[in-house]
Design a protein around this ligand. Structure first.
Ligand SMILES: Nc1ncnc2c1ncn2[C@@H]1O[C@H](COP(=O)(O)OP(=O)(O)O)[C@@H](O)[C@H]1O
Ligand SMILES: [Mg+2]
Length: 297
């Protein structure tokens, strides 16, 4: 496993492709070191790509230069989302910000089968360039512990872990005693985060871990409270923060074909095909960014 770098990219042509547009850096936009945000959970289908898209688009409206890297080589959901955005916006004659996307390769499925060292090296080079160009780099990861996911955990300043509001997903964090809510044992994934933290600490770097409950149902009050109590107990013992969750909302999924999120809609842009967004969804996203300390409240 390689170190935690902040070193210049190696000479020569990178094998990855950059898509999108980012305004040139101006002195007032350079507000300190870029932040690497990874969205990860060893489970699939918990909202990683949805949350990655939300954070990326919302942060552009807060004036950040955003770069994205999709290291889920098989699904490529975030990459497809932004490809849709790059196609839809000009076709609809709409002006909205587009992040820089660092695509690791044309053939992501082949890269997924490549040897881990060369895979990680492509990613690290892309990340170095992304960090030079952006204030925030959002990395969407696959479910499962792949070499790229491991590397992304090592490079992250902020780890956002969405989870479904269920005790089945809860196990991904750790096992707790149902009566005392004491941690019986941290999960394999918690150990991965713990190890990444330890490794980063050797380089004087921190890793802020925030767990986010996703797809909260309006009706399941009792389940929500029990899961919530368990998570708060685990948060203290395992060492993560808990962000206010995201509700289950059609607004979070219906705009994928346009590459849009509720963050775009708050600025007066709306495809004719979608329902009017609820203000509550936009506030939920804002509350999330505040909890993630990406913007100030
Ligand atoms: N808060 C939400 N409300 C409604 N649908 C959601 C929400 N979060 C995720 N989804 C949907 O759940 C499915 C899985 O989400 P996705 O972001 O692809 O998860 P992952 O990247 O973890 O596999 C997708 O169909 C997505 O549109
Ligand atoms: Mg995904």
């Amino acid at each position: 496993m390689r170190g935690i770098w902040r070193r210049p990219p190696p000479p020569g042509r990178a094998s990855f492709r950059v898509e999108g547009f980012s305004p040139p850096p101006t002195p007032e936009r350079r507000r300190g070191a870029p932040k690497v945000v990874i969205v990860a959970n060893e489970k699939g289908g918990v909202g990683k790509s949805t949350v990655s898209a939300l954070i990326s688009t919302a942060m552009m409206y807060h004036g950040a230069r955003v770069a994205v890297i999709d290291v889920d080589l098989r699904q490529q959901s975030l990459s497809h989302f932004f490809a849709n955005r790059r196609r839809w916006l000009p076709a609809a004659g709409v002006d909205a910000p587009i992040p820089l996307e660092y695509k690791l390769t044309e053939d992501t499925v082949a890269l997924a089968d490549a040897d881990p060292a060369s895979m990680v090296s492509v990613f690290e080079r892309a990340l170095v360039l992304a960090m030079e160009a952006a204030d925030v780099v959002v990395v969407d990861t696959p479910g499962g512990n792949t070499p790229l996911s491991k590397s992304a955990h090592l490079q992250a300043d902020l780890l956002v872990t969405p989870m479904n509001d269920s005790f089945v997903d809860f196990d991904m964090l750790g096992a707790i005693d149902p009566v005392t809510l004491k941690v019986l044992r941290p999960s394999v994934y918690s150990k991965v985060v713990h190890d990444s933290r330890k490794r980063r600490a050797e380089y004087g770097r921190q890793l802020d871990w925030v767990v986010l409950r996703n797809r909260l149902a309006a009706t399941e009050t009792r389940n929500r409270e029990r899961v919530g109590a368990g998570i708060e107990a685990l948060a203290q013992q395992i060492g993560f923060r808990v962000a206010p969750g995201l509700r289950e909302r059609v607004a979070y999924r219906e705009m994928f074909p346009f590459g849009l999120t509720v963050a775009d809609l708050s600025f007066g842009l709306r495809p004719a095909e979608v329902s009017v967004p609820r203000r509550a969804a936009q506030e939920e996203v804002r509350d999330l960014l505040i909890a993630l300390r990406l913007i100030e409240g």
